[in-house]
Design a protein around this ligand. Structure first.
Ligand code: AMP
Length: 289
């Protein structure tokens, strides 16, 4: 049962004032940036923040600048009251849920030019996406005075973009990456899973199955990334997933192509199941010899 009332803040000014007060009392601030429609993946980040900091701020903001005009900004789920109830239950201290006009008032034109690691994969399929993500994350870290910010490995490339941005721009926030939380059958939790019909939900399982298969093949000695890639593609195609943006095994620091997996690498998939674009990944480890 929750023991205290959550504080809801809706403008950057209110959030900055609250953060200044917390800092003046010597409190450490943990921040979990989200777009809402919370599931256990998000809540696992919240739990980490509650464990490691004095005060936890969850931000809920469906950031328009990271969606292309053709994407699902308007239909993105926004079950705000349910989200607040979940966070209240967990004893979260603050929710920062601004409206787009307070984050981007008229005349706001500065954008972060995201690091090189943003250009591949998602960057090729969603060209403006990471500029929108980097800009909003930097704004959120600034207004919340975050000591630690928590992100999910589910968005693997995003974690690299944020880590590189924070390093390159000397942002004084520690970035913590938390593991991917999955449904019992392996599907990575995502706010977009609600768009899947029952048959699409079954089809979508091919994504985590393909990632698991890549790990199994590597464990059995197959290190060639072209072979691992075509094995993953086969599994996706067998389940009739036709629109595959990418299915690759690449270097897990730079996302550069590699011919063979030496010790570890990352397998990443982005594919459309029906009208829903899903992403997932797995860090592959070569078994010790
Ligand atoms: P989103 O609301 O989709 O922007 O996600 C907010 C944060 O939750 C991001 O850091 C995501 O990587 C993280 N997240 C989303 N899904 C999962 C998941 N299944 N497991 C762990 N973290 C997740």
């Amino acid at each position: 049962m929750s023991t205290k009332t959550i504080r809801l803040l809706s403008t950057p000014g209110e959030m900055q004032k609250a953060a200044r007060e917390l800092k003046s009392k010597g409190k450490s601030i943990g921040v979990v940036p989200t777009m809402g429609a919370l599931h256990d993946g998000h809540l696992s980040l919240v739990r980490e923040s509650l464990k490691s900091t004095d005060v936890t701020v969850v931000t809920i903001f469906v950031n328009p600048t990271q969606f292309a005009p053709t994407e699902d900004l308007d239909k993105y789920p926004r079950p705000f009251d349910k989200d607040i109830a979940l966070l209240e239950e967990m004893n979260v201290d603050f929710v920062f849920a601004p409206e787009p006009h307070s984050m981007y008032p008229p005349g706001c034109s500065t954008k972060v030019d995201p690091p090189v690691v943003s250009k591949k994969l998602e960057g090729e399929h969603r060209p403006e996406h990471f500029s929108g993500v980097a800009t909003v994350v930097l704004k959120l870290l600034n207004v919340t005075s975050a000591d630690i910010a928590f992100f999910g490995q589910k968005d693997f490339q995003q974690t690299l973009v944020i880590k590189h941005m924070v390093r390159d721009l000397n942002v004084a926030t520690e970035i913590v990456i938390c593991p991917i939380i999955r449904e019992p059958d392996g599907l990575a939790m995502s706010s977009r899973n609600v768009f899947l019909s029952p048959s699409e939900r079954q089809q979508a399982l091919a994504i985590s199955q393909a990632l698991n298969h890549a790990q199994q093949m590597l464990s059995q000695g197959e290190t060639n990334t072209s072979v691992l890639r075509s094995e993953m593609m086969n599994i996706l195609k067998t389940k009739n997933i036709k629109r595959i943006d990418y299915a690759l095994v690449v270097d897990s620091d730079s996302l550069e192509s590699i011919q063979n997996v030496r010790d570890s690498a990352v397998a990443l998939i982005a594919a459309h199941v029906g009208d829903t674009r899903l992403i997932d990944n797995s860090i592959l480890q070569k078994e010790p010899t």
